[in-house]
Write a new protein. Structure first.
Lengths: 485, 506
């Protein structure tokens, strides 16, 4: 048995965040079984500690960048960026859920364990350098997410969401796996670098076959990022799932799916970029249009945010279409800005929805600016960031994306994307109108003030959103360096 | 850190302070803050007091974002000087006119007003295209809330329309800015301009026209130029008095300022070749706005349409490409800011008394309120361009400048001057003369001390700007000469560069 069969210790260091997340997740499951009811308050802090440790772990792992486990995992700037992002999303989800779970009488530890497992899967996706590992990461993340979507099992809306998510999700993953099989058959490898070499070499397999394989894989990724025409599930799932879970789903899994999409298409399928670009072009435009025009008609805020998150996937797809280093960097920055913005919005929705999520209509936000000016101001910041008003992260995100697109001469896609973002302003403004310009509904149940954990999630997200809008340099420089390959 | 940085950031500090100060002090705090900003901003006249500096003064150029290189580059020149002062003057006046009018959510109101001031000053002093765009969009948000929260019945419709119109225009401008950056490698206005002037950066005629249009449409919406003006009457009618004042006096100037600062110097050939079309729209706007104003039963709507007409003169002057035309346009921007701002204030005063904007609800106001009537008369006369009051100077210069190049344009535009006398004097006759009805005598009272204090500075300026033109015009003329110089020199130089090659090609 060759000595190299056992990986060097540095290689374990490179999967430190995944190890930590899994350990903490298992620990929570264990304590769930042995601890008395009264002690179950420790799960949220424990999960937060696990995520905090994973955050540190990601940075420590970045201290020794490189491949691990025979090139299956790669730790580089790109991987680290997304690892930090998904862990941060998990952290926000834990803060926003703690109070919510008590309110809904479901304060179980398994919720936190599932969050940790889901984040672990996303973290694997972020650092995967190999199609099978991508698939494993995707499955770990997805299966945990399916359960999270149906976490309040007595609520029929949750059941519907989970079932839809599960059925459509597994169907889409099957496409992905089928595409992987094709690629393996065509190139004899599942390693992204090896595939790239095989596709750029003289005896590359026929474009028709590699194109079909890429398309099959794109169906799988497209589902996870909710790109049109694979977006059908998103509104139903986001509307039905518990509000903090919807926020988490719209942020963490999406960012990780974009990470693998960008890595796969720009590394493995880089040589055939000119052939997939037109398809991505159409998909980006369709996604923006479907998301924005459907969002205009929604009266349920969770559903509206779901369509809006579809539209935002469309903007990121513009950056992917650019197929360039600046495009990748723009997508990374956008996903970071979007993650905090969108999660923040869902966190405020979580708060206003009250027990049993009975107040999730846009009209239920009437007069929020008078009842709780702080919360209303935060939601206003998130909405302005989603519109793309300057001094918010969303603005710089859009700016970098359109700049990257123009760098790659995608003039029409840029113009159409910009016009789309003007259309989008309309439905975000509607929420602002209701919050600030309508009087509160006197008959509505009083709104208790938010707890400290939720406040931390909301205000924390808002601070990051503004920071990314005022001083974007730090994150952008990192993204630029990380996208350099 | 220059004086200009202080003037720019004091409103932002004031905004933060207003949010922290307890509610009951909001009014006083807003007044003190805005007056303080005004007093500080008077210092900006300093360099122009004795000399007439060419180029920018009070410049600050610092890195904001490394990559792409976005700079915090601000500076003041003859064009922006008076617009900044107009902004800082009208903000305390707006605070004063809102004193009683705004009775709910007072703190937020004043916070938004001061935030608006921050954005407006920023627009006028930014010398980095990206920074300019940021300020341009920042202005949108507070004004949206000012209209939407404190406006009249259809306020929400008006606020959303206002936001979407401006947003739709500005996204195209953003695309053009990014394109310019990709070509020039910089967002810095001064750097891009010098690249264009030295011929290092050239565009194909088609590209230049598209870039020009992207900027132009965004500015034309803001001006507003016919037929992109339809948001304006709604926004004005529904906005609270202070909102109307800031909107008419300062915000509309953002569009005309943009035309002068960006469209003409950056894309001179496209600007020149589209001048006849733009002039046609401007003249249509002048006459159309005046005719529509003539038949309005609603006072605020009347003043709003008169703005469409007045701003038509501004655009006409700019696109006459003559020294007098440009001078008149800039002077008219300031005049319109003062006289229309005053008109909106006075209409607001009447509304506070009678709670109606319909002209029919008034009549005979002169009997119970003689002082108010005299002030209104002076403002009316200023607005229609009576000699020795401010608008006369601007309109005259615009018409003279236009006549030097295109006499027919002048002939049509002059109809607007006559019409303005018709609709304003007719309004005055219906509202102030005649026998006072019971409703009027019962509700109308004369100007209060606070109202006097708010209106007197504007009346004084109307007389001053109408009689001592030289106090204001030299910095404007100098800057306009430079703008014209840029567009002219460029044309001749290009011809010189192109000529030998063109000969060889033959």
């Amino acid at each position: 048995m060759p000595a190299s069969f056992f990986p060097a210790s540095a290689e374990y260091l490179r999967i430190l965040p995944e190890i930590l997340l899994t350990l903490f997740g298992v620990a929570i499951m264990f304590f769930e079984a042995v601890l008395s009811e009264a002690r179950k308050r420790i799960f949220a802090p424990l999960a937060a500690a696990g995520l905090g440790a994973a955050l540190v772990g990601s940075i420590v792992a970045y201290g020794s960048p490189g491949a691990a486990f025979h090139g299956m995992i790669i730790v580089d700037g790109f991987a680290t960026f997304f690892r930090v992002l998904v862990v941060a999303a998990g952290l926000l989800a834990v803060f926003a859920s703690a109070e919510y779970l008590w309110r809904e009488n479901h304060p179980g530890g398994e919720f936190y364990a599932l969050i940790l497992f889901s984040v672990a899967g996303q973290s694997i996706m972020a650092s995967a350098n190999e199609l099978i590992v991508i698939f494993i990461g995707l499955e770990i993340s997805s299966i945990a997410s399916y359960i999270l979507a149906g976490y309040l099992r007595d609520d029929p809306r949750n059941n519907e969401a989970a079932l839809k998510y599960f059925l459509l999700g597994s169907f889409a993953t099957a496409f992905l796996l089928y595409g992987v099989a094709w690629i393996y058959g065509l190139t004899g490898s599942t390693n992204l670098e090896a595939i790239r070499l095989a596709l750029s070499a003289g005896g590359a397999p026929p474009l028709l076959l590699t194109g079909a394989a890429a398309a099959l894989m794109f169906v799988g990724f497209g589902f996870k990022i909710s790109a049109a025409p694979f977006q059908i599930w998103a509104p139903d799932v986001y509307q039905g799932a518990p509000a903090p879970v919807s926020g988490f789903l719209s942020v963490g899994p999406k960012a990780a799916a974009f990470a693998i999409l960008i890595r796969t298409f720009e590394t493995a399928f880089g040589p055939i970029a000119h052939d997939w670009q037109p398809l991505m072009w159409v998909c980006a435009l369709a996604t923006m249009i479907v998301g924005n025009f459907a969002a205009i008609q929604q009266s349920n805020i969770k559903r509206m945010l779901a369509y809006s998150s579809i539209a935002h996937a469309g903007y990121v797809l513009i950056a992917v279409t650019a197929a360039s280093q600046t495009g990748a960097a723009a997508a990374m920055f956008y996903l970071a800005a979007y993650a905090f913005t969108n999660f923040g919005a869902f966190a405020v929705v979580t708060h206003v929805a009250r027990k049993g999520e009975r107040y999730v209509k846009i009209d239920d936000f009437a007069g929020l600016a008078r009842r709780q000016p702080g919360m209303a101001a935060m939601l206003a910041i998130f909405l302005l960031s989603l519109i793309g008003v300057p001094l918010t992260g969303g603005f710089f995100g859009k700016f970098y994306i359109f700049k990257a697109a123009l760098d790659s001469n995608l003039v029409w896609l840029t113009v159409l994307g910009l016009l789309n973002s003007a259309v989008a302003a309309y439905y975000y403004l509607r929420v602002l109108v209701v919050m600030y310009m309508k009087d509160p509904d006197g008959a509505a149940e009083s709104l208790p003030s938010a707890g400290p954990a939720l406040k931390l999630a909301v205000y924390g997200s808002a601070i990051v959103t503004l920071l990314l809008g005022i001083l974007p340099g730090f994150v952008l420089d990192f993204a630029n360096r990380a996208a350099l390959r | 850190m220059t004086l200009l940085d202080a003037v720019l950031f004091l409103p932002l500090i004031g905004f933060a302070a207003l949010l922290l100060i307890p509610k009951q002090f909001s009014r006083a705090a807003a007044l003190i803050i805005s007056l303080l900003i005004f007093i500080v901003s008077l210092g900006l006249i300093g360099p122009y007091w004795f000399a007439n500096p060419s180029g920018y003064v009070f410049t600050t150029d610092a890195v904001w974002i490394n990559s792409p290189p976005i700079r915090y580059h601000v500076g003041l020149d003859g064009l922006s000087l008076w617009l900044v002062l107009l902004t800082t003057l009208l903000t305390p006046i707006s605070v004063a006119v809102s004193w009683k009018y705004i009775d709910h959510r007072v703190k937020e109101f004043y916070a938004f007003l001061i935030l608006l001031e921050f954005g407006l000053i920023g627009v006028f002093v930014a010398l980095d295209l990206f920074l300019f765009y940021v300020f341009w969009e920042i202005c949108l948000v507070p004004m949206y809330f000012l209209i939407g929260i404190w406006g009249h019945e259809r306020r929400i419709y008006a606020a959303v329309k206002f936001f979407l119109y401006t947003m739709a225009g500005s996204v195209l401008m953003l695309a053009a800015i990014i394109y310019l950056y990709n070509r020039a490698g910089s967002f810095d206005y001064v750097a891009i301009l010098s690249q264009i002037e030295t011929g290092r950066l050239t565009f194909t005629p088609r590209a230049e026209m598209l870039l020009f249009l992207a900027f132009f449409i965004s500015f034309a919406i803001k001006v507003p130029l016919f037929p992109l003006h339809t948001w304006l009457p709604d926004a004005h009618v529904e906005a609270p008095t202070a909102g109307s004042v800031m909107l008419a006096s300062v915000m509309l100037k953002m569009g005309a300022y943009g035309l002068l600062r960006y469209c003409l110097p950056l894309f001179p050939d496209a600007a020149r070749s589209s001048a006849p079309w733009v002039a046609a729209l401007a003249i249509t706007g002048i006459i159309y706005g005046a005719l529509v104003a003539l038949v309005q039963p609603n006072m605020k709507k009347l003043v709003a349409y008169s703005s469409v007409s007045h701003l038509g003169f501004v655009v006409l002057g700019i696109f006459s490409f003559t020294q007098q035309g440009l001078d008149g346009a800039v002077y008219q921007m300031l005049n319109h800011g003062i006289s229309t701002g005053a008109l909106f204030m006075l209409v607001g005063y009447l509304y506070e008394r009678r709670h109606s904007l319909e002209i029919a609800a008034y009549g005979g106001v002169a009997t119970p309120a003689p002082n108010l009537s005299i002030i209104f008369l002076i403002t009316t006369l200023a607005s229609i361009g009576l000699p020795s009051l401010n608008n006369f100077v601007g309109e005259y210069l615009v018409l003279q400048g236009t006549a030097m190049e295109h006499f027919t344009w002048t002939a049509f535009a002059a109809i607007g001057v006559i019409l303005s006398a018709c609709y304003m004097l007719w309004l005055y006759q219906r509202a102030f003369f005649g026998k006072a009805s019971d409703g009027v005598t019962h509700h109308i009272y004369d100007l209060t001390g606070r109202e006097w204090a708010a209106i007197v500075p504007l009346i004084a300026l109307m007389v001053w700007m109408g009689t001592f033109t030289q106090s204001f015009l030299p910095p404007i003329s100098a800057q306009n000469a430079r703008i014209l110089d840029t567009t002219h020199r460029l044309k001749t130089e290009r011809v010189q560069i192109l000529a030998p090659e063109a000969i060889r090609a033959r």
